[in-house]
Design a protein around this ligand. Structure first.
Ligand code: C2E
Ligand code: MG
Ligand code: MG
Length: 556
């Protein structure tokens, strides 16, 4: 499309007054020369007279209908009453003859002029549509870019604020396709109310707006202002919902090739960095740049690492604090990269989650861990294996099926698998989490809430979820001995868990004191460095072998 406009636009160009005068004069000369040629070649009986259609058509097309008709009359008269039909034989034209020709010239000028006018209007509308977002009727990315391709406009451009809307796609899936358009229109309305008159606002993608600032206005200041004043709640068919927004800004220091594109890209990186770090407003700088380069690099390398099976799993035991029993193992992903060193699973799963890569990763995780569990089971080492999932994992509906498929492939009863999901992830979309966890649990798979206590101030959500286990986050365990509030949280989590018939695991037990204190508080299970660090397969196997006879029996 862009290439099309690139080719067509110069021909559409109407030009300024100066170029029109130059063209007019040029056409006058061409018309006179044309009629001299007609005379020179012997008069109007030869086809040279048709050459005069050329200035008439050009005038009609570029200078408009009136100019076209003027040239038609001018040319018609030049080859009219004073131009002989045959110069050599000295035969004159009849009046009817030259008048008819003048009439044809005029008709052609009229048709060309009208045709050009219609085509021009049509192409203009087409171009406007191409540069405009159909839902909000403001410029789209191409529209903004086209505006700033004009050097004069570009020099005035100071910076950009990008507003990235999160979860619009989830909302769209929940409420239907029209919601996206509704959210876009509403956001545009709200932005127009807040922004000073004349600010250039565009919608650069289905879930992002951009505001272009001129006259040395500070985009970061505007981003903060918007973050404070822009309403985030929407109501569609009487159902209220919330859209999270992240504001990224970037400024133009010097003009570079592709500067506009660069400005937008940097502001988007800043908004993404903000999302990753829980900052609503973020500006682009070296750190955000490093972050994004690292992210892109990690994504690229992770893809290969998954394909080539370069990731591995460590296993950390979970034991009973009441009996001398091993309850299970938690599989924790490990990635040692030749250049980046050890990359934390929190980092790379977090990045993979934002792309489709999370799906191959999940498949890898299921296969790797369950094939290992099946080997252990064949050696009579039977226990519950815990796997960490993010809610994003389940966005692909085939993931749940894949879990069942791999369990079947390795002949592992579903009761031997525990799915850990963090409290924060669940809280983001409670009803969806409930649906997914229900379907897992119905088949016998266990469900644990990981990092319990860190995500939600209200605990009501627990009643809606099918849960077997609460894993109290390690921050509380670490500080419980000298912080009474942390201890109180653990105490109440244990009490509540038991009320609800759940088992409670304490994470991050690092000392004997921790262990003893948790036993005293009545905690069911424990996990931590004091019991064992996460171990590679061989070590985990020896550890399990040493505990043979103390593995909790599961009745599948
Ligand atoms: P998590 O599920 O809460 O796992 C426990 C983390 O605490 C692990 O960190 C473990 O090594 C660490 N840990 C265990 N005991 C102690 C202790 O006594 N003291 C201290 N200071 N730390 C202890 P790790 O392996 O770095 O994993 C971090 C997080 O990454 C995990 O937290 C989990 O949420 C996530 N993760 C790991 N593997 C996967 C995976 O395959 N998929 C997904 N989605 N997340 C994963
Ligand atoms: Mg976990
Ligand atoms: Mg945890």
């Amino acid at each position: 499309m862009e290439a099309f406009f690139h080719i067509v636009t110069p021909y559409l160009y109407e030009g300024g007054l100066k170029s029109k005068i130059v063209m007019f004069m040029g056409l006058v000369v061409v018309t006179i020369l044309g009629s001299l040629l007609v005379y020179d070649t012997g008069g109007t009986h030869l086809p040279y007279v048709h050459l005069l259609y050329v200035p008439v058509i050009i005038a009609g097309f570029w200078l408009g209908i009136a100019a076209g008709i003027s040239f038609a009359v001018f040319a018609g008269l030049l080859v009219g009453p004073f131009m002989p039909l045959d110069v050599v034989k000295d035969i004159s034209q009849t009046t009817q003859e030259w008048l008819l020709r003048l009439g044809f010239f005029t008709l052609i000028a009229l048709l060309t002029g009208m045709g050009a006018q219609i085509t021009r209007a049509y192409l203009k509308a087409l171009k406007r549509r191409y540069l405009t977002d159909p839902e909000t009727k403001i410029r789209n990315y191409k529209g903004l870019e086209a505006f700033y391709k004009d050097a004069e406009h570009f020099e005035a451009l100071m910076g950009i604020v990008v507003i990235k809307l999160r979860q619009v796609h989830d909302v769209e899936k929940a409420f239907g396709l029209e919601t996206m358009s509704y959210v876009a229109r509403k956001t545009k309305e709200r932005l127009t109310e807040i922004l000073p008159k004349g600010t250039l606002l565009g919608r650069i993608s289905s879930d992002a707006f951009a505001i272009c600032l001129e006259n040395k206005k500070d985009p970061l200041k505007l981003a903060h202002h918007l973050s404070q004043h822009l309403e985030r709640t929407y109501k569609f068919e009487k159902i209220p919902f919330l859209i999270e927004m992240y504001f990224g800004s970037s400024i133009q220091l010097k003009r570079e090739p592709d500067s506009f594109k660069g400005l937008v890209r940097k502001a988007l990186i800043a908004a993404d960095h903000g999302f990753q770090n829980n900052l609503e407003v973020c500006t682009y700088n070296e750190e955000t740049q490093d972050f994004s380069e690292r992210n892109v690099y990690i994504l690229h390398e992770l893809r290969e690492a998954i394909d080539q099976d370069l990731l591995s799993l460590n296993y950390q035991p979970i034991i009973s604090l009441k009996k001398d029993e091993v309850i299970g193992m938690e599989a924790l992903a490990r990635w040692g990269h030749p250049e980046l060193g050890m990359v934390s699973p929190l980092e790379f799963t977090g990045i993979a989650e934002q792309t489709q890569l999370i799906n191959p990763y999940t498949k890898w995780l299921l296969k790797k861990s369950l094939s290992q569990l099946s080997l252990w089971r064949k050696d009579n080492l039977d226990f519950v294996l815990s796997l960490n999932f993010s809610m994003k994992n389940f966005e692909d509906p085939t993931v749940v099926q894949e879990i069942f498929r791999v369990l079947e492939e390795y002949e592992i009863p579903p009761q031997m698998l525990e799915v850990e999901v963090t409290e924060t992830a669940i809280a983001r979309n409670l009803s969806k989490a409930a649906d997914i966890l229900h379907s897992l649990r119905e088949s016998g798979i266990k469900v644990a809430i990981d990092d319990f206590g860190t995500g939600q101030s209200s605990l009501n959500y627990l009643f809606e979820l099918p849960v077997d286990v609460l894993k109290i986050d390690q921050v509380f365990i670490r500080s419980m001995l000298d912080n009474s509030a942390a201890e109180a949280i653990i105490r109440s989590a244990i009490m509540m868990g038991h009320e609800m018939n759940l088992k409670v695991i304490a994470e991050g037990i690092e000392t004997k004191e921790h262990l003893d204190h948790l036993k005293k508080l009545g905690c069911d299970y424990g996990q931590g460095y004091y019991i064992s660090r996460p171990m590679p397969v061989e070590l985990a196997t020896s550890w399990l072998n040493a505990k043979r006879g103390h593995l909790m029996k599961i009745h599948a």
